[in-house]
Design a protein around this ligand. Sequence first.
Ligand SMILES: [Fe+2]
Ligand SMILES: [Fe+2]
Length: 170
Amino acid sequence: MDIVDALIEHHGVLRTLAQQAEADPALFEEYQRHLVVHHTMEEKYFYDFLEQVASARKDSLEAVNEHHIIELILKDAEDFPRDHERFPIKVEGLGEYTAHHLDEEEMDIFPLGRQVLDPDDLVELGKLFVEAKDRLLSVKPPEAPGNIDTSGNVARRSAARGLGIGSLKK
Ligand SMILES: [Fe+2]
Ligand SMILES: [Fe+2]
């Protein structure tokens, strides 16, 4: 499987998680985890090479900039109260912007990558992407202990949780 097929396969997972997280806020973190791993490894094994090809540089930089915009949307949603009626709207907006990015990659940028990069290199990069993605997604940090006294931090934490854009306006 070359890097393009491997990326498209993971896009399918991202599209499904977007729909699931919209319906169930508890799945937002899983969606976020997949998005961050996808972007980071897609840049390491695809865009870092594509941007070195003069004819593909501008498209490549634009796509990576879209990753940055998605990460800003993620950052906003991350601190937003999960029980607020606007939270699913935030996740829906994130899913819509991300879908636009995935469509553009599949329709324009991946075909361009196949034109300008060597097929054997694409296969090698695909193997590395799949290995890195699977390894990163399998990492499960140990559960935090349940006996830590956080009473002194509760007010500060809940205040920080309410600072997503638009969260203070009911
Ligand atoms: Fe991307
Ligand atoms: Fe992608």
